[in-house]
Write a protein that binds this ligand. Structure first.
Ligand code: LLP
Length: 415
């Protein structure tokens, strides 16, 4: 559930009229709802309330400092994949000792910084990475807490680009290799084995793949115990899907119930890394219709946002709901909603039933996750602003990029 609703015939974010936001900040613009972010985070936190746990929000989903700060104030942990994300978490008031560091390509300076600030755990994805962490921890005279990311070879039944738990994927270690690498880790002087980790993909709409993955993890945990390698936490990753159209993903409480049933009386601390399920439906992308272009074949509505602002439709053929901010009481036509970028793949939605006029304001829903963070300057388009609504107030938390600032970074060759 989110806090984007119609009131008086106009779509609002919490108590703020989206027409007012467009008037004040222009379009395109990302608009987030604090209450929705908090509600979603708390749903995960409460689902695991009965046992030790930490919700580590996946920063990559939406890394705006205000978003991170709202979650940090709730006591959230964070899942990061770069030193840049680590600096964001720290700036936003997040605690280093609640940060887990995932990703297959951690660089030496990233590992060093993470050790200096004292993160909670490295989710190690390969044997050479383990050795690199051990070496840097030795240089710094500290002990690096690590878990191994296991690739359980389960089919997450999601888009192939966002499926990560199959053995053909670059992520993690298969179960047998993980056992060998755990043994090596246990012998290394500067790492401390504290957990196990798994993330099988994103936008999962059923619990079975999660349960399969957990069973495989628990088998491995059993083997480790038999060898005297004892863990403190299980990190089950992120991946819980959201409703973009008609999906019916499990709620956090249903997901948690099934996972806890598998765990029975095992008393490991549970870490989760949800991203989309917290931020996705907490944001919309506001855009205005620039031109209506009905052709013999198709009706095109050209809007002022594009694939550079929101790449999910172009990249994954993702369906995202597009709604009028002020619906018209006339019969709809069928429109392709397209952007100004010079690519046929630059569409936001196809064959949408909408009653449109030039100048109309539209909201692309579920754009709070993997929206702004994946934006680019393609076609020299400055990035849109980000606005956070909190009750009856709207805060500009990242201004629109200016063309001048964009161009000022570049230089010419000398004469
Ligand atoms: N943990 C790890 C290690 C991950 O790689 C990811 C996402 C997450 C947690 C969070 O997953 P979530 O709960 O958000 O599903 N750009 C794509 C999604 C890529 C997801 C990458 N990894 C999209 O727009 O659909």
């Amino acid at each position: 559930m989110d806090y984007f609703n119609y009131s008086g015939g106009v779509l609002h974010a919490e108590q703020v009229n989206l027409e007012d936001i467009a008037k004040q900040h222009g379009t395109p613009a990302y608009v987030y709802s604090r209450a929705t972010l908090e509600r979603h985070w708390k749903a995960f936190d409460q689902a695991l309330a009965a046992r030790p746990h930490l919700i580590c929000y996946a920063v990559k989903a939406n890394s705006n400092l205000a978003v991170l700060n709202v979650l940090a104030r709730l006591g959230s942990g964070f899942d990061i994949v770069s030193v840049g994300e680590l600096e964001r978490v720290l700036l936003a008031g997040g605690q280093a000792d609640k940060v887990v560091f995932s990703g297959v390509g951690k660089q030496p300076q990233e590992i060093r910084r993470a050790l200096e600030v004292g993160i909670r755990c490295f989710n190690v994805e390969s044997e050479p990475e383990l050795r690199r962490i051990n070496q840097i921890a030795g240089e710094l005279g500290v002990l690096a807490p690590i878990s191994l990311r296991v690739n359980p070879d389960v089919d997450a039944k999601t888009h192939p680009y966002i499926s990560t738990g199959l053995k053909e994927n670059k992520f993690g270690l298969d179960v047998e290799t993980a056992l060998t690498v755990y043994r090596q880790a246990a012998d290394l002087p500067h790492v401390q084995v504290v957990g196990i980790d798994c993330h099988i993909g994103s936008q999962l709409t059923r619990t079975e793949p999660f349960v399969d993955a957990l069973r495989r993890m628990l088998d491995l945990v059993g083997s480790l115990n038999a060898e005297g390698i004892h863990l403190q936490h299980l990190d089950l990753g992120g991946g819980l899907g959201i409703r973009y159209r008609d999906e019916n993903p499990p709620l956090p409480e249903d997901y948690a119930r099934e996972m806890l049933a598998e765990l029975q009386d095992l008393d490991y601390e549970i870490l989760l890394e949800p991203g989309r399920a917290i931020a996705g439906n907490a944001g919309v992308l506001l855009t205005r219709v620039e031109y209506l272009k009905p052709t013999a074949d198709k009706y095109f509505a050209v809007v002022d946002t594009a694939m550079n602002d929101l790449i999910r439709p172009a990249l994954y053929d993702a369906w995202m709901d597009i709604v009028p901010v002020r619906p018209r009481d006339v019969a709809p036509a069928t429109w392709d909603i397209v952007g100004p970028v010079c690519e046929t793949g630059d569409f936001l939605g196809k064959s949408r039933a909408l009653a449109l006029e030039t100048g109309d304001l539209l909201a692309i829903r579920s754009a709070g996750a993997y929206g702004y963070v994946m934006s680019s300057n393609y076609n020299t388009r400055p990035r849109p602003p980000e606005i956070m609504v909190d009750g009856d107030r709207a805060y500009l938390v990242n201004p629109r990029e200016s063309l001048d600032a964009l161009l000022a970074r570049e230089t010419l060759l000398p004469d």
